[in-house]
Every structure is written in structure tokens, then in C-alpha cells.
Design a protein around this ligand. Structure first.
Ligand code: ASP
Length: 324
């Protein structure tokens, strides 16, 4: 009689090799949410304990908003919108209310969203009057034939979509004004982002920012650019970036991570490490990313001293952090 490998053994072998790609445990969580509140080179000693606690409290509040939506069967886009809206309304973060000032003393904001199942996306760039730029990006994705709108036109569209339009004075905060006056003694980032795997197996990513303090000539960063600051693809991962935008655009950071997974078979961890800690770092690009893959593995990788960050999974795993 021939010596056949029993069928059940083949099944076991196949299932082992499939689960091999899972980096931590081999159960895909029902949902995962990861957020960031910007990366930078602030030293731990320069951020008071009180301030650190404040940041962590608001990161935790934002995470809970998203988690509640996902736990009660909401979609990744709903979770991203409400989570980022909270961070946009919080003056601590460089997005919405807390947006930094440009060279002229104005607030010009960028934001984008991408969903991984059909690669649809929406973005706003250089908007000055939209209270919650991420919501405008979502409306552009859902209700227009375009991907990106900028400036006054984007505000007109947002108004048409019944989003809240505010006077530019709404975005004035003393902290941001003072940092413009101190003109970049040390670089500061504080963009916000959120990536999600929802109960339906869908991935999405969103990013919202005031850009870089003292930026000139209607400069636009990576945050509203699909493939640079934001990318999502159900076949690979969802990524939101923060850092020195020019480098993230030139190195198409968010898409590069996805492409390394898709074409080279790297894991999320390997791909984000290669892009952030090697390619970007060697080029002199500061910053980091948050990401989640289709199996619920996450990455919070940064080559700076710190990145405000947090994640939670349906399995109960949870972590909040600032410094390395
Ligand atoms: N990436 C953003 C930009 O360059 C800034 C940041 O992440 O803080 O506009």
C-alpha cells in the first residue's frame, strides 16, 4: 500500500502556513483601531508629566469613541470620522481647532480618507473655514466625482454638504500663535490619524492636519495626498502618516508600505520598519506611521523621539504611548 500523507495532516499544515503571517496571535480580531496624534523630536524631559497625562487622556477619549462605534457594528469610516472629529476639536493636536499657523498667521488645513475595499478616496487641501476637514474629505469621497478639492472651492462644497463653516478666528489658539512667534526653535508635529479594521473585514485610513508651522506659499503636505500620508487597501493594510510631509510625498510612504506587502510579501512590521527606519531615516525624513493589516496586526513605527499613539482590539488588547 502506498504511503499517503493523511488528508487531515495536509489541512493542519495548510492552516499553520496561513497563520504564519500573523505576527502576534493567530486569531484575527473582530475589529482594531489605531490612532496617532503626531510625531516629533520633543524630549521626554521637555513635556511635563501633567501635559503627558493630558495628551494620553484625550487619546484615550478619542480611541473610546472609535471603539464604541466598531463594537456596536459601525463601519470603519464612521469610526474614523468620529475619532478624528474629536481630535480635530481638541486644541492639543495640530488639526482642526489646534491647527498650526502658516507664515502669514493663518490656519490652512489638509485631510484625507481612503477605504480599502474599492480604493475610493477623498481629500481637502489648504482649507481655512471648514471646522472638521476629515468630514469634508469623506463627503468628497462619497458625494462628488473628485478625489481632492482645495481652498475656497472645498469650503463651498462643504457648505453645500451642510458641514459646519466657521470664521478663521475659530482656529486661533495662543499656543500655536506663540510657536509661530518662536519660529521653530524645535520642530513640532501634531497631525492626527486613524486606521481601522472593522467587523466586516474592511480597512480604512484617515489623516487630518494643520500642516507645518510657518509653512509658506500655500504649501501642501503629505496628509491629503493618497499614497503619501494616507493609504488603504483591503488586500494589504491601512496607513496614516505623520512627520515632515515633503519626505513622505517624495517617498510615497503609505503606498510603499502597502506595495512591499503586496509585491514582496513582507509582513506589516517588516514593511513599515523598512520604510520608516531605513529608507526614510537614511534620507533624513522624520516621522512615523500607524497601520493595521487585514489580519488585525498593527504597526506604530516612528523614527523620531516620540509619537502620540494608541490602539485597541476587540480582544481587549490596548496600549497608549508617547515616547519610545
Ligand atoms: N505631515 C504633516 C505635513 O507635513 C505634518 C505632521 O504630520 O505633523 O503637513
Amino acid at each position: 500500500m502506498k504511503n499517503h500523507i493523511p488528508f487531515y495532516l495536509i489541512l493542519i499544515l495548510i492552516s499553520i502556513s496561513c497563520t504564519d503571517s500573523l505576527e502576534k496571535n493567530n486569531i484575527t480580531p473582530e475589529y482594531v483601531i489605531v490612532i496617532h496624534g503626531g510625531a516629533g523630536n520633543t524630549q521626554q524631559k521637555d513635556l511635563s508629566e501633567e501635559k503627558q497625562k493630558e495628551y494620553l487622556k484625550h487619546l484615550n477619549n478619542a480611541l473610546s469613541i472609535g471603539e464604541e462605534i466598531l463594537a456596536s457594528n459601525g463601519t470603519c469610516i464612521e469610526a474614523i470620522e468620529k475619532t478624528i472629529n474629536y481630535l480635530e476639536d481638541c486644541p492639543l493636536f495640530n488639526a482642526g481647532k489646534g491647527a498650526v499657523f502658516n507664515h502669514k498667521g493663518q490656519n490652512e488645513m489638509d485631510a484625507s480618507i481612503m477605504q480599502g475595499w474599492d480604493l475610493n478616496a477623498g481629500a481637502v487641501a489648504g482649507v481655512r473655514y471648514i471646522k472638521n476637514p476629515i468630514s469634508a474629505a469623506i463627503q468628497i469621497m462619497n458625494n462628488s466625482e473628485h478625489v481632492m478639492m482645495s481652498g475656497i472651492g472645498a469650503s463651498e462644497f462643504a457648505k453645500q454638504e451642510n458641514l459646519e463653516i466657521v470664521d478663521s478666528s475659530y482656529f486661533f489658539t495662543n499656543d500655536r500663535w506663540n510657536s509661530l512667534q518662536n519660529i521653530l526653535k524645535s520642530e513640532k508635529y501634531g497631525t492626527v490619524g486613524c486606521v481601522v479594521l472593522d467587523k466586516y473585514g474592511n480597512l480604512a485610513a484617515g489623516t487630518s492636519t494643520g500642516g507645518m508651522t510657518n509653512k509658506k506659499f500655500n504649501r501642501i503636505g503629505d496628509s491629503p495626498i493618497i499614497g503619501a500620508g494616507t493609504y488603504a487597501n483591503n488586500e494589504t493594510c491601512a496607513v496614516s502618516a505623520t512627520g515632515h510631509g515633503e519626505y513622505f510625498i517624495r517617498y510615497t510612504v503609505a503606498h510603499d508600505i502597502s506595495a512591499l506587502m503586496e509585491y514582496k510579501g513582507l509582513s506589516l512590521k517588516q514593511a513599515s520598519d523598512l520604510v520608516i527606519n531605513q529608507k526614510l531615516k537614511n534620507a533624513g525624513g522624520n516621522g512615523g506611521i500607524i497601520a493595521v493589516d487585514k489580519n488585525g496586526n498593527i504597526s506604530m513605527t516612528f523614527n523620531t523621539n516620540m509619537m502620540f499613539r494608541a490602539y485597541t482590539k476587540s480582544t481587549g488588547e490596548k496600549e497608549l504611548g508617547i515616547f519610545k
